[in-house]
Design a protein around this ligand. Sequence first.
Ligand SMILES: C[S@@+](CC[C@H](N)C(=O)[O-])C[C@H]1O[C@@H](n2cnc3c(N)ncnc32)[C@H](O)[C@@H]1O
Length: 240
Amino acid sequence: MSYQDFQDPTVAQAWDADNHSRNPSRSEQLDMMLTIIADQYEDGKTILDLGMGTGLVEAMVFQRVPQAQVVGVDASAAMLALAHQRLQSHASQYTALIHDFTEIATLKLPEHAYQIVFSVQTLHHLTDSQLLTAYQFIDDTLEAGGLFLLLDRIALDQSGLFDVYQSLWARQDKVYHSQVYGAEGMTFAEHQMVVAGRGDLPTSLERHLELLKQVGFEAACLHLQTNRALLVGRKTLINE
Ligand SMILES: C[S@@+](CC[C@H](N)C(=O)[O-])C[C@H]1O[C@@H](n2cnc3c(N)ncnc32)[C@H](O)[C@@H]1O
């Protein structure tokens, strides 16, 4: 789905109502990410979410870490309108800003100690150079020792492995009652057209890690299921 599509209130509603059928790994990877946030969060510090969407992840953060403070950013007013409805009872704990990450260098955040930055299913809308700029921005924003967590779609860029991914998508659909097989295309060429048609620009796992390390993070992939990954970057003290 192109990121401009999220500006449409009908698309925003539909995405909010079903974020599982095309991504059955989401619940478990979110649970992993939230487990890390709950263990790491220090009272008084701020969490930054790049791609706040409809506030689904914030609602889970507040459930796990009731005292958390969050700044969420998103380009879509329609998505953020749903987030405000969802998060009414936590109004004093979050700030939402509208900004386009293709121009992330001009994003002005409120002054806080940002200890954790996360981004869920959002940064795959950026080109390679925009992603590098985003990683630089995240590194600059985080305090020393801070943590970046990325949960996102990863590029499937090796045509000779496409049928292997298909086996696992079919398995996922059986186990999780999802609809991934077919939706990702029936051949590698079709898959590339589907991805381009959605306006997605996913990056390979290797390239994510390379870019994260290039800006100074200690980085690793914590969990990978087919083309969905949870990555972590720690801002090293040396970059302080
Ligand atoms: C699939 S939704 C995920 C929302 C939320 N992170 C979640 O997981 O529930 C992707 C979100 O990224 C936002 N987004 C996509 N491209 C963006 C960009 N260039 N700048 C800012 N937000 C963007 C969309 O508006 C949308 O809210």
